[in-house]
Structures are given as structure tokens and as C-alpha cells.
Write a protein that binds this ligand. Structure first.
Ligand code: GDD
Length: 311
């Protein structure tokens, strides 16, 4: 394998890059800006020509297409941007690969948000796509477009549908980071008020550590079948309220919980839990990191980060 990761500087990209390097796999990445210390190349995914010239130069065997818009809540106020960053960018990538070398395997990253409202859980890859959020619509479009390029153009594309992935380094705007950041700030005495803002605590999600997620991406890239879709999830439903309780138990300071309407989305999936049976049948992959461990690592990450004085 010779890998090219789009969006390598993002939360998931950095973990995947380290994972591949640890296995002595040559890895290149693309970002919006250049980084001379790493194998990172600047790329504007709106330019098919730029993508084509990078593919010609690097000659990857596999492309992990991680770049894109990732926040479900924010997507409601950025509908055109989401289509550009997720759908148009992916189409540009497919077109460039089609012209340069159709043998390159592309892993596209979708989401459980593609399923939207589901009736039967755990949700399998066969469930109809019924997305609600603009983000979910964009990811569903990627999976359908992938099928089109496989069947119509002979490309080698596999689509992964990760459910909620969490871990140290994830930016704020996602539930575990939002909670851990605020609690760590209060506990470290760095916020005068003891109030923390929260959104919908009743939602149920399927959480997997990012370190397990990227291991699954690798397994799928090596063993997956062209044109297939694979859920990447734990198969366990967790109420957001339980996540809050775990983080609160780390703090020795009493904290006031305040419901923030701004954290609510116009419409939201109440509950979603995935089936990982297809992935487990294909590979030896199993989630290794327990949720409690992920939450502990996330809290420690934020505690350390807020206690490091700025340069
Ligand atoms: N972000 C956030 N912040 N969410 C909160 C908060 C808060 O303070 N309080 C409650 N929530 C609830 C949200 O309303 C949602 O029901 C749940 O916590 C999870 O929110 P997010 O972490 O923002 O994730 P998401 O489920 O909307 O989307 C994530 O998972 C998808 C796959 O299922 C993202 O990682 C997507 O990129 C990913 O595709």
C-alpha cells in the first residue's frame, strides 16, 4: 500500500497517518496549507486539475478521502458549503482518478447520518437512506455517487459509514469535546462561572474511539470489496446524558447545567445504533477501546490543554 490521505491534518487524518506510518506504509497527505516537516501537500479539492497532478506525482495505491465538512449541527447553517465540501469535492476526486488511474482504491467516508430516521435497530447497511440533516444528505449523496462511479466508470470505491467517533484531539463542536472542555475549565478554576452549557441529553448514539475507527478503515481498505458499504460502529447505544454523568464524576467542583437552545438543531435523529456484523465478518476488527477509557483520555487531553500557558 502507498496511501494518500485527503484532510490529513484533521482529527481522524492525523490518527490514520500515524497508524499507517507505524506499519511502515508510505503515507502522503493533502491539506489546505503546506507543511514542510511532513509529507503534506497543499490541495484545493475544488480543482480537479490539482487533484490529478497530485495523484500523478504521488502514485498512491489507496486514497483515504477524509477531507470534508463534518459537523452535523453546523451544517444547517451552511447548506451550500456542505454540498461543495462533501459532494463536489468528492466528485472532483472521482473525476481525477478516472482520468489518471482507475486502479487506485478510494475509501470514501460517509456517516450514520445517511440513515436518518430508522425504524429497525441495530441499523445494517441494507437499511434505506433517509437523511434529515444537510450533512446527512451530503454523505448519502457521496455513497450514491460512489456506486455510480463503480458501476458506470469502473472505479474501485468503498464507502464507510462511521457512527459517532470520539477521542483526544477532536475539536469543540462535538459532544464529548464540548462537555469535557467546559468541565475541565471549571474544575481547573479557569472559568469564573460554574455554569456549563449543554444540548439534547436524551439523544442515543453509538460511540467508537477514533483509534478503533481508523484501524477499521485500514482493514476495509485492504480486505473490502469494490462497491461495498461498511458500517463502522460499536453496536452499543449510549444516552448522551450518561456521557455527561461520566465527565461530571471527574470534577471535584459542583457544576450547574444550563440548557442552551443554540445547541439544538432544527431536526435531529433521536436514536441510532449500528450493526457492525458485516465488518466483523469481513475482518478481524473489533473495537478495542472501551467508552470509559475514551472519555478519560478526552478529559485528560482537555485538562492538559487548558493548563498549558499559550506561547
Ligand atoms: N455537539 C454537541 N454539543 N452535541 C450535544 C451537546 C453539546 O453541547 N449536548 C448534547 N448534544 C447532543 C447532540 O444534540 C447530538 O444528539 C449528540 O449530542 C451528538 O452530537 P455530536 O457529537 O455533535 O455528533 P452528531 O451525532 O451530531 O454527529 C457526529 O456523528 C456522526 C456519525 O454519527 C459527527 O462526528 C459526524 O461527523 C458523524 O458523521
Amino acid at each position: 500500500m502507498k496511501a494518500l490521505i485527503t484532510g490529513v491534518s484533521g482529527f481522524v487524518g492525523q490518527y490514520l497517518e500515524k497508524f499507517l506510518i507505524a506499519r511502515s506504509i508510505p503515507v502522503y497527505g493533502t491539506t489546505r496549507t503546506k507543511n514542510n516537516e511532513k509529507n503534506w501537500l497543499p490541495l484545493d479539492l475544488m480543482s480537479e486539475d490539482q487533484i490529478a497532478s497530485i495523484i500523478k506525482k504521488i502514485k498512491p495505491s489507496h486514497i483515504f478521502h477524509l477531507a470534508g465538512f463534518s459537523n452535523v449541527h453546523d451544517s444547517w447553517n451552511a447548506r451550500k458549503e456542505v454540498i461543495q465540501a462533501n459532494v463536489i469535492a468528492t466528485m472532483n476526486l472521482f473525476e481525477a482518478v478516472k482520468k489518471v488511474n482507475k486502479d487506485i482504491r478510494i475509501i470514501t467516508v460517509g456517516s450514520s447520518e445517511e440513515y436518518g430516521y430508522v425504524e429497525t435497530m441495530p441499523v445494517t447497511e441494507k437499511a434505506p437512506l433517509n437523511p434529515i440533516s444537510p450533512y446527512g444528505v451530503s454523505k448519502a449523496a457521496i455513497s450514491m455517487m460512489g456506486r455510480q462511479y463503480v458501476r458506470g466508470d469502473g472505479l474501485d470505491i468503498i464507502h464507510v459509514r462511521p457512527f459517532n467517533h470520539i477521542g483526544p484531539g477532536q475539536r469543540r463542536g462535538f459532544v464529548t469535546s464540548d462537555f469535557a472542555y467546559q468541565i475541565a475549565l471549571i474544575d481547573a478554576g479557569k472559568r469564573q462561572s460554574r455554569k456549563m452549557k449543554i444540548g439534547n441529553l436524551e439523544a442515543v448514539r453509538d460511540f467508537t474511539d477514533v483509534r478503533d475507527i481508523i484501524a477499521a478503515y485500514y482493514e476495509i481498505a485492504v480486505n473490502g470489496n469494490t462497491g461495498d458499504v461498511y458500517n463502522v460502529c460499536s453496536g452499543i447505544g449510549i444516552k448522551v446524558k450518561m456521557i455527561l454523568e461520566v465527565f461530571l464524576s471527574y470534577s471535584s467542583t459542583p457544576i450547574d447545567i444550563v440548557l442552551d437552545d443554540q445547541k439544538k438543531s432544527p431536526a435531529e435523529i433521536k436514536s441510532i445504533v449500528g450493526s457492525n456484523e458485516k465488518l466483523i465478518t469481513l475482518t478481524n476488527w473489533r473495537p478495542q477501546i472501551k467508552l470509559k477509557q475514551s472519555l478519560k483520555d478526552i478529559y485528560e487531553y482537555w485538562y492538559l490543554k487548558i493548563n498549558i500557558p499559550p506561547n
